[in-house]
Design a protein around this ligand. Structure first.
Ligand code: C2E
Ligand code: CA
Ligand code: CA
Ligand code: CA
Length: 275
């Protein structure tokens, strides 16, 4: 038993050390990624369900690492949230997205993802105000996507920040709707303009009547509260047709376009309507 315990320890230790070293290296690289201009925003179209016309784009952050290539957000945003770096990066995303959107066809909206960590500093309202002022983007064209984690804090601070943002005229979107355990309760207290039904519910549509019933209920809930309903992760024509028939307001997913660099987004908005 002693020997095997020792062997386990010997095998495990170098691996842990390796992971720690890898993580420290990532942290170090992230620390200077902003000043080195390694972040970029890719934009994914959002379309009106009935019209199929592009109504706006969601900004999705990418890290162009010199040796690792294009790193997806799932691999670096959690680290940035732990280190607090997300506040600086989040401010950059807001500024960049507003400037980009100011150059699009008039009326096209831009949706920006916010991390719960960005709410821990009261300056978020000022950061948004500055981004709008510097870019000259009308507030009504900016949508801020938050997840339930923003609302999990007991005190009222985050609610007040959301209300202040709403008063400025920006839209507040509940992202990943349905994945949290208490979404329903929050829907009463927060001034949401739109819900994004999580893509897991769209995937479930093909798994029989349960998935269909849940999607119908989510759409009905949003509409009963006077909230715009968007379904994300739409990949097939069947999913699209069902969601349009059920009265979903907006759609987003690979069927209509993947996240792309801004030049493509701009051209697409002029040139063509997606399927
Ligand atoms: P999210 O906000 O839920 O974004 C949707 C994710 O689904 C994106 O992944 C998008 O590329 C992907 N997606 C879109 N359509 C489809 C589809 O039809 N099928 C499938 N399978 N996937 C689809 P991505 O870009 O890797 O982003 C992952 C997450 O990273 C985002 O989830 C968001 O939570 C976070 N994120 C991205 N950009 C930012 C940012 O600027 N700030 C913060 N705080 N978080 C960000
Ligand atoms: Ca989002
Ligand atoms: Ca989402
Ligand atoms: Ca998500």
């Amino acid at each position: 038993a002693k020997a095997s315990g020792r062997r386990t320890w010997c095998l495990y230790q170098p691996q842990m050390e390796c992971e720690n070293r890898e993580r420290r290296r990532l942290e170090e690289d992230l620390g200077c990624a902003l000043e080195k201009g390694q972040f970029e925003l890719h934009y994914q179209p959002i379309v009106g369900a009935a019209s199929r016309a592009v109504t706006g784009y969601e900004a999705l952050l990418r890290w162009r690492h010199p040796t690792r290539g294009l790193v997806p957000p799932a691999e670096f945003i959690p680290i940035c949230e732990e280190t607090g770096l997300i506040r600086e990066i989040g401010s950059w995303v807001l500024q960049r997205a507003c400037e980009d959107a100011a150059g699009w066809l008039p009326g096209l909206r831009v949706a920006v993802n916010l991390s719960a960590v960005q709410f821990r500093e009261k300056e978020l309202v000022a950061v948004v105000e500055r981004a709008l002022a510097r870019s000259d983007l009308p507030a009504k064209l900016l949508e801020l996507e938050i997840t339930e984690s923003v609302l999990l804090r007991d005190d009222l601070t985050n609610l007040e920040i959301l209300k202040a943002l709403h008063r400025m005229g920006v839209s507040i979107i509940m992202d990943d709707f349905g994945t949290g355990y208490s979404s329903l309760n929050y829907m009463r207290c927060f001034p949401f303009d739109k819900i994004k039904i999580d893509q897991t519910f769209v995937r479930n549509l093909s798994n029989g009547s349960q998935g269909v019933a849940v999607m119908r209920a989510a759409i009905a809930l949003g509409h009963a509260l006077g909230i715009t309903v968007l379904a994300e992760g739409v990949e097939t024509v069947e999913e699209r047709d069902f969601l349009v028939a059920e009265g979903c307001d907006e759609l987003q997913g690979y069927l209509f376009g993947r996240p792309e660099r801004i030049m493509d987004a701009r051209r697409r908005s002029v040139d063509r309507h997606p399927p």
